[in-house]
Design a protein around this ligand. Structure first.
Ligand SMILES: C[C@H]1O[C@H](OP(=O)(O)OP(=O)(O)OC[C@H]2O[C@@H](n3cnc4c(=O)[nH]c(N)nc43)[C@H](O)[C@@H]2O)[C@@H](O)[C@@H](O)C1=O
Length: 319
């Protein structure tokens, strides 16, 4: 039986990945900073909490990481940990940098020092590219991040690539663009829109306050993206891959699709609140996931408008 350790199991991706690995017959250990304080609602929602061994460990403490590796002897390690909100990273730059870059460095150092043959997946981000107005980003496009979050993810990406080259480690980064689902917390814009629109449809809310609705993103369906993470670790050679749908739409289009699904006209309810604008934002993101399609045979089935509809349907069904 293969063994996997997921650092950051309580989030959206951690839960979907744990579910996928359990279905594939893995023994899954889920790590969270403090399992007694963390919420495992996502694992409950997928009905898998009791099938995972949950352990507490701070990734910023080197000894903690050594203990997890020694005790659980994983074949595969998934590093999904860290502060994941771009907006919050402007208010919490230190916490963001430490929980992403330093935590990744700790995992890499532990694998190097213990000299164990584990395969490492590192969660990268399309946020590292910054604005892409022209050709969609490929794995060769230089990074130009515009947030403490993007900068921390860029550092973690470079560290992972450096350890792969310098120490011959099996370490990959998936450069994932926005990926959404009913497990997304409300501080991400898609879930906020879907939840509020459903409340408006049910007469429980009157308006939806948003920041910049002209931005453009490549929004995919999260359960598909965790498949790509796993596929990267099954390759003969480790490498980095962009994971995205290849379709970019505006936030306005996403909002319109959500409200249309509920038979509402979004223009009556959406108000711009300038307090929600970021100190720096990315206007347009475009991705070319061609390498993942060619080498991993991974391709997104669902694109932005499908995601909007699926999120509304899930919200109406489960809340
Ligand atoms: C690839 C990358 O993808 C995600 O980062 P994000 O793109 O910043 O995601 P978001 O949902 O917070 O914002 C999307 C856009 O929507 C605009 N926006 C307008 N009004 C609101 C608003 O009211 N709330 C929020 N959150 N955003 C708003 C906001 O200004 C931004 O331009 C994370 O998964 C991250 O972990 C990651 O790696």
């Amino acid at each position: 039986m293969k063994k996997a350790v997921i650092f950051g199991v309580s989030g959206q991706d951690g839960a979907f990945l744990a579910n996928l690995l359990l279905k594939k017959g893995y023994r899954v250990t889920g790590v969270s900073r403090n399992i007694h304080a963390a919420s495992f609602d996502n694992l409950d929602r997928l009905n898998i909490r009791n099938n995972i061994e949950l352990v507490s460990s701070s990734l910023c403490d080197f000894r903690n990481v050594i203990k997890v590796m020694n005790e659980h002897q994983p074949d595969e390690v998934y590093n999904l940990t860290g502060q994941s909100s771009v907006a919050r990273s402007f208010d919490e730059p230190f916490e963001t940098f430490e929980s992403i870059s330093m935590a990744t460095l700790n995992i890499l150092e532990v694998i190097r020092i213990l000299n164990i043959p584990v395969r490492l997946y590192n969660a990268g981000s399309g946020d590292c590219f910054g604005n892409i107005h022209g050709r969609p980003a490929t794995e060769d496009t230089p990074f130009s991040p515009r947030s403490p979050y993007g900068i921390a993810k860029a550092a973690a990406y470079r560290l992972t690539a450096n350890y792969r080259e310098a120490y011959n480690m099996f370490a990959c980064t998936g450069i994932l663009f926005n990926h959404e689902s009913y497990l997304r917390p409300e501080h991400f814009v898609t879930r906020k829109i879907v939840k509020t629109a459903c409340r408006i449809a049910g007469g429980k809310s009157k308006e939806l306050l948003l920041g910049n609705i002209l931005i453009e993103r490549d929004w995919g369906w999260a359960p598909e993206y965790v498949n790509a993470m796993w596929m990267m670790l099954q390759q003969e050679k480790p490498d980095d891959y962009i994971i995205a749908t290849g379709t970019t739409i505006s936030l306005k289009d996403f909002i319109a699709e959500v409200f249309k699904r509920l038979d509402l006209d979004w223009r009556k309810y959406v108000k711009i609140d300038t307090r929600l604008l970021r100190p720096a934002d990315i206007q347009t993101i475009r991705a070319n996931p061609g390498k993942a399609e060619k080498e991993l045979s991974w391709k997104a089935e669902f694109h932005g408008c499908d995601v909007a509809e699926m999120m509304v349907d899930a919200e109406l069904e489960n809340g």
